[in-house]
Design a protein. Structure first.
Lengths: 126, 133
């Protein structure tokens, strides 16, 4: 399974397309591959709310620690996602101040991924 | 996408300050204003009634979960509980059932937890630089 890098970023950035399995069905989103993020998936709060993740939250309180040491409380649900035919159960994090869509190490570490920079292509190796 | 938008009643002093900082940082005014408007939208979202209502319900659910763990934690150890908007909805045999029950509610917020299991209260995640780009 291969995904072309996003050219909306300069220089281009590796992305993966993930299908979130929600109560209202399947929802495909693009996530930037971010090995500096130790969580699962980060999505904007408006999307978190729209897809109903507030109904599947975990009891633990999560905090995101910025590189400058500031902590932001993260709203966190546990959900199933699909990447191609791979189904994973991962944490979905969100906060109204964080507007990025990221795939963190909780997701990335479950797969063998090749970042082919010269070809601007990410490949998930089976 | 390129477009021209005319805006009246902009404070000239603020405009000049934004323009000088944008120039220093290598941004066009369009890019700087788009970033500023995005931030304004985010700040508004934090103050929205919907978000505050969600936070209130989450707090109620956390309080209820503590009560439920104390009352039923050992009796129904290993089973799953669904708590929505501060109310105990159901004690379920497995996680799948708990998810089904939660997805059918019309609540604002639900917590799904395993009974008798001590959950780590606080977890910290590295956010990295990706959120700034």
């Amino acid at each position: 399974m291969k995904f072309k890098y996003s050219r909306a970023h300069k220089p281009s950035a590796p992305i993966i397309k993930v299908t979130l399995l929600t109560k209202s069905g399947e929802h495909e989103i693009e996530l930037i591959v971010d090995t500096g993020f130790s969580g699962g998936i980060l999505i904007p709060f408006s999307l978190y709310l729209k897809l109903g993740f507030t109904l599947f939250e975990v009891p633990s309180k999560y905090y995101g620690v910025l590189p400058i040491g500031i902590q932001i409380p993260l709203h966190t649900a546990l959900a199933r996602i699909m990447i191609g035919d791979i189904v994973l159960k991962v944490h979905i994090h969100s906060h109204p101040l964080l507007n990025k869509q990221l795939a963190g190490r909780e997701v990335l570490n479950k797969m063998k991924i090749l970042l082919n920079g010269p070809a601007e292509e990410l490949e998930i190796i089976k | 996408m390129s477009s021209v938008i005319v805006v009246r009643n902009v404070d000239r002093n603020i405009y000049r300050r934004v323009k000088s900082i944008a120039t220093l940082k290598g941004y066009t005014m369009g890019e700087a204003l788009t970033e500023a408007m995005k931030l304004w939208l985010l700040l508004n979202e934090i103050n929205s009634k919907e978000y505050l209502e969600y936070l209130l319900q989450r707090e109620k659910s956390e309080k209820k979960l503590k009560e439920v763990q104390e009352k039923y934690g050992s009796k129904f150890k290993g089973k799953y509980v669904v708590i929505c908007d501060g109310e105990l909805i159901k004690i379920c045999g497995d996680e799948e059932e708990a998810y089904r029950i939660a997805s059918k509610t019309k609540a604002t917020q639900c917590i799904i937890a395993q009974l008798g299991r001590i959950t780590e209260e606080e977890k910290r995640l590295e956010l990295g630089m990706g959120i700034f780009e």
